[in-house]
Design a protein around this ligand. Structure first.
Ligand code: SF4
Ligand code: SF4
Length: 105
């Protein structure tokens, strides 16, 4: 298990982010469906997304805590995420309780 802090720039406005387990997040974006409303950037607690001219891109997927807020608020259904799969708290809770990963955050 690996977690580390790293400097985040532009869209994340110099926020230091906690990376969850690398390479396991389930966040996915269908950029062809994105209308560029930026709602996902507004609701995401971490600098996962990058604003482009008429759309967004996933810039730092390992910073995603799989809360599901972006997918829930995307008016185009362009985002999908399986909440809790890559969240360290959810995984640890799942190990301890021998149940499906769920951090309830
Ligand atoms: S909320 Fe959806 S449509 Fe809006 S910018 Fe994000 S991905 Fe694109
Ligand atoms: S699931 Fe949560 S943390 Fe991950 S990109 Fe969406 S809003 Fe950000």
């Amino acid at each position: 298990m690996e977690a580390e802090s790293e400097e985040i720039s532009p869209a994340g406005a110099a926020m230091t982010g906690l990376a969850y387990i690398r390479g396991v997040t389930t966040i996915e974006l269908d950029q062809s469906m994105c209308n560029g409303c930026m709602m996902c950037i507004n609701v995401c607690p971490h600098p996962v997304f990058e604003a482009l001219k008429r759309a967004v891109a996933i810039r730092e997927p390992d910073l995603c805590m799989e809360c599901g807020a972006c997918a829930l608020n995307c008016p185009e259904g362009a985002l999908s995420v399986n909440p809790g799969v890559g969240c360290a708290a959810a995984i640890l809770k799942g190990w301890v309780t021998r149940s499906k990963p769920d951090c309830s955050c």
